[in-house]
Design a protein around this ligand. Structure first.
Ligand SMILES: Cc1cc2nc3c(=O)[nH]c(=O)nc-3n(C[C@H](O)[C@H](O)[C@H](O)COP(=O)(O)OP(=O)(O)OC[C@H]3O[C@@H](n4cnc5c(N)ncnc54)[C@H](O)[C@@H]3O)c2cc1C
Ligand SMILES: NC(=O)c1ccc[n+]([C@@H]2O[C@H](COP(=O)([O-])OP(=O)(O)OC[C@H]3O[C@@H](n4cnc5c(N)ncnc54)[C@H](OP(=O)(O)O)[C@@H]3O)[C@@H](O)[C@H]2O)c1
Ligand code: HEM
Length: 471
């Protein structure tokens, strides 16, 4: 084991552990769990409590003293008390002077207080060395061995030695300590456990919004329309037919939305003549959640493939086939084999299968265990080049399926175009723009801009009316 002993005052005859003594203020859920893990790791643990007599729940082997007595036993003190109760610590400012105080506290809301809890503690006790750590680990995870929870302990503080001591303690518990810099980072660390899937939120809203919109659109143009105009009840179609229309459509649009920001970014760079100008905030946010957009889109494509597998065994389909065969027999007709239909049908399936294969490959390379194994160029080759090919194949699959739907007036129900025609708008825009961007004359300029070249006028000084100044 690495040498992670603290430089602390020995505890006395009761101290049987070898790594040194650690003090914990507060005998609540977190204090107890942390105490147990520290004891198991080989530390002597001393709790500081308002009520040292009431210690029945504490881990066996730990000592409970008053705050004052406990503070004297160790150089490092974990403050397992809520921020709202920190005031009581001011009474011990002298005893805590020079000690390493580990602020593990969290708040109920993001940015609940003007300053972070750790900075507040540092203000209350200016003579102590405050380190923010352990707030992203839950008491339950500590108690259960943290095997199924994040092992990362983010640490920040202004005193390097104190920070090192806290990081060593985290490592001795089998956790991964990550230095996050000075105490200024504490607010970010405190906000971190309060976030709820921040990068997944926008993709989930997009997926839910598009799914709801296309679901209503399809129900209106297919089920309600058939009922109103022909008096037929096709509501059963909601379960498989409409689902297998909406999911692939939303998947295709979301796949295109993964590649649209890259195209917009390239156009902006061309327009600005430099790569050193910041992208607008909305574009930055969009670029950051492309992985999540892609993974949600992949999940919807999976659903589409599963739904497509059941098509041949559907009652509706086999009934149709049966009626058709009987009518052919009755009329003594035989259906001729149409080579062009066979080509189109096979191409449609083949394009879908190839597109889905590459889609899955994109999903696999986005797994951290895989992306860590490839270099940046390889990752971009798969995500960017193969990603655009995936979009091309999936768009072609949809086009071949029903490419001429928009040509027939009968397909416009209540003047609304078929849903699959609508689904092609964004992917086609992305593909056409990408095609323009990769033409040699445009690509050459983008490549130069990305290598740091700037158009002269891009940074030329401007007069107050915005006109470039003659130099
Ligand atoms: C299933 C699935 C999984 C996905 N997983 C991931 C994932 O794990 N991670 C991820 O990021 N995306 C992921 N995506 C989204 C998408 O595949 C990638 O973001 C992809 O890299 C986008 O390619 P692009 O060419 O549009 O953008 P990029 O290759 O990011 O380029 C976009 C813009 O960035 C700028 N740029 C690029 N290179 C440079 C440079 N050298 N110098 C200056 N500016 C530059 C340019 O402005 C360029 O236009 C996933 C998508 C799917 C469908
Ligand atoms: N629980 C978690 O999973 C978790 C995870 C990360 C961070 N945290 C943070 O850890 C800290 C403790 O959380 P917890 O869940 O252990 O809370 P808790 O169960 O409520 O325990 C807090 C402890 O603080 C002490 N205390 C209460 N009021 C006090 C007062 N007025 N003055 C002095 N001490 C007082 C008490 O110990 P005594 O009776 O012994 O004095 C009490 O047991 C919080 O800041 C929390 O944000 C908790
Ligand atoms: C194994 C791969 C795939 C198979 C077998 C397959 C099969 C099918 C089938 C059978 C249909 C017609 C559905 C119907 O009649 O209602 C269809 C339509 C469609 N597919 Fe695929 N597909 C595959 C992959 C994909 C992928 C990866 C995408 C991209 C997102 C996609 C997008 C679409 C779209 C948008 C439609 C039109 C939906 C509609 O309007 O009905 N498919 N596909």
């Amino acid at each position: 084991m690495e040498n992670n002993c603290f430089n602390m005052t020995p505890l006395g005859p009761d101290a049987h552990n070898t790594l040194g003594t650690v003090c914990i203020f507060g005998t609540g859920d977190f204090g107890r769990s942390l105490g147990l893990r520290l004891l198991q790791a080989g530390y002597s643990v001393v709790f500081g409590s308002r009520n040292p007599q009431n210690s029945s729940l504490l881990p066996k082997g730990a000592q409970v003293l008053s705050h004052l007595e406990a503070a004297q036993t160790s150089r490092i003190i974990f403050i397992a008390v809520h921020r709202e109760n920190y005031e009581f610590l001011s009474a011990f400012s002298q005893e805590l002077s020079g000690k390493v105080l580990v602020d593990i506290s969290n708040n109920l809301r993001k940015n609940q207080y003007p300053e972070s809890n750790a900075e507040y503690l540092a203000k209350l006790l200016p003579q102590a060395n405050v380190v923010k750590a352990f707030n992203t680990v839950s008491a339950w995870a500590l108690q259960s061995g943290s095997l199924d929870a994040s092992r990362q302990v983010f640490v920040c503080g202004d005193n390097c030695e104190s920070k090192q001591m806290v990081m060593d303690s985290a490592r001795s518990l089998g956790l991964t300590a990550l230095d996050q810099g000075s105490l200024l980072a504490a607010k970010e660390l405190e906000n971190y456990p309060l976030q709820l899937f921040p990068l997944w939120r926008l993709p989930m809203y997009i997926a839910m919004g598009l799914t709801a919109a296309f679901f209503i659109y399809c129900v209106l143009t297919e089920i309600v329309y058939t009922f109103v105009t022909e008096g037929k009840d096709h509501s059963f179609m909601i379960v498989v037919s409409i689902a297998n229309r909406v999911f692939p459509i939303v998947s295709l649009i979301m796949l295109a939305l993964c590649y649209l920001p890259g195209v917009i970014a390239a156009i902006l760079q061309l327009y600005n003549g430099t790569k050193y100008k910041r992208f607008p905030d909305w574009l930055d946010k969009w670029m950051l959640c492309r992985k999540q957009l892609g993974l949600v889109a992949l999940a919807l494509a999976f659903l589409h493939v599963l739904y497509s597998l059941v098509i041949p065994i559907r009652y509706y389909v086999s009934h149709h086939r049966y009626i058709y065969t009987v009518s052919q027999l009755k009329d003594n007709k035989s259906l001729m084999f149409d080579n062009s239909v066979a080509w189109r049908n096979d191409s449609f399936y083949s394009l879908g299968i190839l597109g889905f294969g590459l889609y899955v490959l994109l999903g696999i390379t986005s797994l951290p265990s895989v992306s860590n194994m490839v270099n940046w160029r390889e990752f971009r080759f798969v995500q960017s080049k193969l990603g655009h090919i995936t979009l091309l194949l999936c768009t072609a699959h949809t086009l071949v399926y029903d490419w001429n739907a928009f040509l027939y007036a009968s397909r416009y129900r209540w003047y609304l175009p078929p849903a699959n025609v609508l689904s092609l708008i964004v992917p086609c825009i992305v593909l056409v723009l990408k095609l323009i961007l990769i033409t040699p004359c445009v690509d050459r300029v983008i490549t130069r801009i990305r290598q740091g070249w700037e158009r002269k006028s891009a940074h030329a000084p401007h007069d107050t009316s915005g006109q470039p100044l003659a130099l």
